[in-house]
Design a protein. Structure first.
Length: 104
């Protein structure tokens, strides 16, 4: 089975300061993707492209969040969500929080 693109969006936030990329694919069910869904939600600085937040899914973690803060190690946190829609809602809430913190 070839991957089928279900959602593909890219948009700019905070007066051009950040870029959000959202991609969800239906893939063949496998050990890595037992639900048959592959998702990637990314927040980047528009200048320089530095990743600020990444939510993706694969086994053995399921949906999880990566944050890389300045002067900190890469951090992975498993999310308590049931599907890509809940993971996307969580991601967008975190994006709003990050933007709000940047503005203060």
């Amino acid at each position: 089975m070839k991957a089928i693109l279900l959602i593909s969006k890219e948009f700019v936030l905070a007066d051009g300061k950040f870029v959000v990329t959202i991609a969800v694919y239906e893939v063949e069910k496998s050990k890595k993707f037992p639900e048959g869904i592959k998702a990637k939600f990314l927040l980047q600085d528009s200048e320089g492209g530095t990743a600020r937040l990444l939510v993706d899914n694969h086994q053995p973690f399921g949906f999880h969040m990566h944050t890389k803060l300045p002067h900190d190690k890469d951090h992975r946190e498993t999310l308590d969500v049931k599907d890509h829609e809940e993971a996307l809602a969580f991601f967008m809430t975190e994006v709003e929080r990050i933007i709000k913190n940047e503005e203060n």
